[in-house]
Design a protein around this ligand. Structure first.
Ligand code: ZN
Length: 636
């Protein structure tokens, strides 16, 4: 069967299932979805069961669009929507995408526009015959979200073409009936950084993650092993990104530079955050005079090829692979990608960067899958000794440090990674102030933290139940609290350093550049100040030297080396990590259902990955291994 025949067959099925008065004019594959254009979409909207039944029968995602001729004129549509929603929804803008017949409504309260079980949406469709695409106006303005939305609107036509090409590839007929499944370790095996796995079935090839090892100084260890013969960019079907950190997403634009034309699957927060981090990566690399592996325009291409999915949404990504994202509890939007291969012959889950415990920001990682034969699992804290103190204890430690420092009229500097740890720490601090465990003093955020927090709050549906309820119901967005202030200029930094007691949360997390270094230089010689490390300090970084207790350090200042004496108090609180410690990893293995036949341990230093793999074997008697990069394993 050719692609044309597949489309014809699908069209035939749809015509058979849908009532005649729906007046279908056109049917198209748009990425993983089937778009049905109708001159009378009201009948399909009014009776939802018709479309649901069809989707179930075809096992495809169906989207109903109106034929351009029957849509209400734009000005009337705006009038109708404003009348219907009233002031309550707090609409900020209404835009149109004529190509697909979408009215894009940005509102502060998207829930009102959706209505109870989507009732308002259906009313809007049936009155205007435009399909509402409701977006949340970010409560904190986000430059990245604005850019991404603008990009989609400006390139609507191109995006349509892209989706059609992707749709064609996904729905191509299966040629080879070969049931072997192989995985090749391209990066992030027996190491942390440049995560990348290639899954090959008889029919398709999929990459799971495509990262950069940002801490590496040698190009040979920085990027995934695309030099291996198993990798062939021209035959790649899909790229799946588990979460936004650069060691999982940083190399995606490179694929587009070298001709990849397929989709990138990610959650919405991941798409926005990885775009932010990739732009920043280019910026920093450029300033450091490094050769850039890709350019801004490749990031743009990557965004235009991204298809966003929610947790639990089952989607075809190739003729024989279905993808579902599950919560990973690691950072906002982070996932455990689950691949369902060949109508259920094989199932794989990638538990990389998981937090199997509740945090302030997120619910614990999901450990229940419909089916599971091979489980991949991280081992960042895979040694038996890698047991971290409980969260409550860490919060107490932080509380005491802040109180002691304020008493001495000092300042607290917390270097953090912009995405993840920063937001977690800010919520902890805000809580401590709310419960009056620490005095209410300014919390200054510097670097990309504000943008990352803006993206985080723009997607509250991905946050923990507690936090989501605070943002939705009580209007108590912790990132909008009064004491949180964003710093943007050197003048402000100067004032903060000379001013009253304050907490400064700044990037980078390992004192290897960024505003945290600037503050450190100003604050380090005063014993009344405190420095608190809340994340892992990579080997050789300035952070790790300071953490180990050196008292003098040389740094560049206006092209001269200056000696700094470190007198400030240096503390480390390890339990705020977004990774599971050894105990949580063991719990995950014990609790995961169904029990996998095989466990592959990755994302950890060689000795940690090996130690954890042998524990898994001893405890579960299932096959387990911790292969190095370059290995190909036949799973089936
Ligand atoms: Zn991560």
């Amino acid at each position: 069967m050719s692609y044309k025949e597949v489309l014809e067959q699908t069209s035939k099925d749809i015509h058979m299932e849908l009532p005649n008065n729906a007046e279908i004019t056109r049917i198209e594959f748009e990425g993983p979805e089937v778009a049905v254009y109708s001159r009378n979409p009201r009948v399909l909207v009014d009776d939802e069961t018709i479309v649901k039944g069809l989707a179930k029968k075809l096992r495809k995602r169906i989207v109903i669009r109106s034929d351009p001729e029957v849509r209400l004129p734009k000005d009337e549509t705006i009038y109708v929507i404003t009348e219907l929603v009233g002031k309550e929804g707090e609409i900020t803008t209404i835009d149109f995408d004529e190509l697909v017949g979408e009215v894009i409504i940005e509102a502060l309260k998207p829930g009102v526009i959706i209505g109870k079980s989507g009732e308002m949406l259906r009313t809007i469709i049936s009155k205007t015959l435009w399909r509402p695409n409701v977006m949340r106006t970010p409560p904190i303005e986000s430059r990245v979200i604005k850019t991404v939305r603008h990009l989609y609107q400006e390139h609507s036509k191109k995006r349509q073409e892209i989706l059609k090409t992707i749709g064609k590839r996904i729905h191509r007929p299966i040629i080879y009936r070969d049931d072997t499944i192989r995985v090749t370790a391209l990066g992030g095996y027996a190491e942390v950084g440049r995560s990348c796995s290639l899954i090959q079935t008889g029919e398709s090839k999929v990459l799971v993650d495509c990262g950069i090892n940002v801490g590496s100084n040698s190009p040979n260890n920085t990027f995934p092993r695309f030099d291996l013969p198993e990798f062939d960019i021209d035959n790649l079907d899909a790229v799946v990104i588990s979460h936004a950190h650069l060691d999982h997403s940083g190399f995606v634009p490179y694929l587009f530079k070298y001709g990849y034309k397929g989709a990138v699957y990610a959650t919405k927060p991941t798409r926005d955050l990885m775009t932010m981090l990739q732009i920043d990566y280019l910026d920093v690399a450029h300033k450091e005079g490094k050769t850039l592996p890709y350019e801004q325009k490749d990031i743009r291409e990557s965004v235009l090829h991204t298809i966003v999915l929610n947790y639990g949404e089952v989607t075809d990504i190739s003729p024989d692979i279905r993808l579902t994202f599950h919560n990973a509890g690691h950072i906002v939007g982070s996932t455990i990608p689950h691949l369902h291969i060949g109508e259920g012959i094989y199932n794989i889950a990638f538990a990389q960067d998981i937090k199997f415990a509740r945090s302030n920001l997120l619910d614990p990682a999901n450990c229940r899958f419909p089916r599971l034969e091979t489980l991949f699992i991280e081992s960042t804290y895979g040694k038996p000794q890698d047991i971290l103190p409980p969260r409550a204890e860490c919060e107490k430690m932080l509380r005491n440090i802040v109180n002691d420092t304020i008493k001495k009229n000092g300042k607290v500097l917390i270097p953090v990674l912009a995405v993840g740890r920063a937001q977690e720490i800010l919520v902890v601090l805000e809580n401590l102030m709310k419960t009056k465990e620490i005095p209410t003093i300014p919390i200054y955020t510097d670097g990309m933290i504000r943008e990352a927090s803006a993206i985080t709050t723009a997607h509250p549906e991905f946050l923990s139940k507690n936090l989501r309820e605070r943002i939705f119901h009580a209007g108590q967005n912790p990132f909008l609290s009064e004491q949180m202030k964003h710093v943007a200029s050197n003048e402000e930094r100067e004032l903060i350093v000379q001013g009253d007691p304050a907490i400064i949360v700044a990037t980078s997390g390992m004192l290897n550049g960024g505003p945290s270094v600037q503050y450190f230089k100003e604050l380090c010689s005063d014993p009344n100040n405190a420095l608190v490390f809340v994340s892992y300090q990579g080997k050789g970084t300035m952070g790790s030297k300071v953490q180990k207790g050196i008292t003098e350090i040389q740094m560049m200042e206006n092209r001269k080396t200056v000696m700094y004496h470190i007198e400030m108090q240096v503390h480390s609180i390890s339990g705020f990590t977004g990774h599971s410690d050894r105990r949580e990893l063991e719990n995950f293995i014990r609790k995961v259902t169904p029990k996998p036949e095989r466990v592959i341990v990755f994302h950890g230093e060689e000795s940690k990955a090996n130690k954890f793999a042998s524990w898994v074997y001893k405890t579960t008697k299932r096959e387990s291994m911790a292969p190095p990069n370059g290995t190909t394993i036949r799973l089936r």
